[in-house]
Design a protein around this ligand. Structure first.
Ligand SMILES: Cc1ncc(COP(=O)(O)O)c(C=O)c1O
Length: 289
């Protein structure tokens, strides 16, 4: 079965789908994107992702290519045509096609919308099965990391550094030695005093939909969250570390820069939150459509 992409109003074979060389996403990374997890044919945390998409569009002064309802129909159709019951939806909006000039096209051109879908490996059976190693890396990104733009060069370099070190994620830190986030995830620790911590929202990190969903799922777990930035030293001293994203869920980090985190196995808080999030994905699918 060949994969299918939605490109500006048409469903095309992926091998034949293409955008113009003067698309501003290609020329300037002048665009934004979203990734949504599909489980059992449902979109997980869809409302949060569509709200963030709308926010990213506003922040870049990009017009919406279509409303939320038609967009959900396109997403469902792309998932159906690609027979994705478990996987991910990728969508991208750019400022469209115009003769190369940094300022916005004048007169404006329609934004370009691409939606693709692909299958992913089955949801991990346990927290331990989802555990990885990470490295630390100086954050080299721009000053608006709260916007999900397609300008990901620094993230690409950070992720490649992780891969070359035999790790899955690069945990980034700023000029003050404070942890920002992963190359494609938010970062959480159980600090040396036993408190669950994740950095507060600001322009230094992406407001992760998984982060928000997990905060909403803490009720009744007995775990309280201290939404407060932590330093690289606190990261190294942490009892537990995990990262979150729509496609990695609650992902334990059991080695950091080649050294075991805690005793090198998944800690109890991380394991409990993995299970809690798994129940959210498998069970109620809150915000799912
Ligand atoms: C830089 C960055 N931070 C955080 C996240 C996590 O966001 P979400 O949970 O919405 O996938 C991502 C997701 O790809 C990301 O790229």
């Amino acid at each position: 079965m060949s994969r299918v992409a939605y490109v500006n109003g048409r469903y095309l074979k992926l091998s034949e789908a293409a955008v113009n060389v003067e698309d501003r996403g290609y020329q300037f990374a002048d665009g934004i994107y979203e990734v949504i997890h599909v489980f059992d044919g449902r979109l997980i945390d869809a409302e949060r992702h569509l709200e963030r998409l709308a926010r990213s569009l506003r922040e870049l002064r990009l017009p919406a290519p279509m409303g939320a309802a038609p967009l959900l129909r396109v997403i469902a159709e792309v998932a159906r045509r690609n027979r994705v019951r478990e996987g991910l939806i990728y969508m991208q909006v750019t400022r469209g096609v115009a003769r190369r000039d940094h300022a916005f096209p004048n007169p404006a051109v329609p934004p370009a919308l691409v939606v693709t879908a692909r299958r992913t490996p089955p949801f991990p059976a346990s927290a331990a099965a989802n555990a990885v190693a990470a490295i630390t890396q100086r954050d080299q990104r721009w000053a608006r990391c709260d916007i999900k733009t397609v300008g990901l060069t620094a993230n690409v370099l950070a992720k490649q550094a992780a891969r070359e070190a035999g790790a899955a994620e690069a945990i980034q830190y700023d000029a003050d030695g404070m942890v920002t986030e992963g190359a494609s995830s938010n970062v959480w620790i159980v600090d040396a005093a036993g408190h669950l911590r994740t950095r507060e929202l600001s322009d230094a990190i992406l407001p992760g939909c998984t982060r928000a969903a997990l905060i909403g799922l803490l009720d009744g777990t007995g775990v309280t969250l201290d939404e407060r930035a932590f330093s690289l030293a606190e990261l190294r001293a942490a009892r537990e570390i995990f990262v979150t994203s729509a496609t990695s869920f609650v992902k334990p980090v059991i080695r950091l820069d080649g050294t075991a985190v805690g005793d090198g196995t998944v800690g109890p808080v991380t394991a409990a939150l993995f299970d809690r999030f798994a129940a959210h994905v498998r069970g109620d699918g809150r915000n799912a459509r």
